[in-house]
Design a protein. Structure first.
Length: 104
């Protein structure tokens, strides 16, 4: 099924690949020897590039943008060690990480 030029299966596959990359870097996320700024730079270069690769090849609907943003927000919360039941707003999290919404 095609949705605005990007196949749903491709988006799901990209999220799974990015999740795998994120999990491989688990030691980096848990480490106290890296600053948050360094972790975000690693996240952008290693995980976000895998996630957004499919976005370059086609048009992206708002539904797909929202799914990708949810994945990014979950990753950022994990990097900041914010787990349930502790909460933080998306704007607060983006302020702490100097990371804005993904722009596709």
């Amino acid at each position: 099924m095609i949705n605005d030029g990007v196949a749903q299966n491709d988006v799901e596959w990209r999220i799974k690949k990015a999740r795998g990359t994120f999990i491989q870097l688990k030691k980096v996320w848990r480490s106290n020897s890296y600053s948050t700024k360094t972790k975000i730079r690693i996240f952008k270069s290693c995980v976000l590039s895998v996630l957004l690769y499919v976005s370059v090849t086609g048009l992206v609907s708002t539904d797909i943008k929202n799914r990708l943003q949810v994945f990014v927000n979950r990753c950022l919360r994990h990097i900041l060690n914010i787990f349930w039941p502790n909460t933080i707003s998306n704007t607060g999290m983006h302020a702490r990480t100097d990371f804005t919404n993904i722009n596709i």
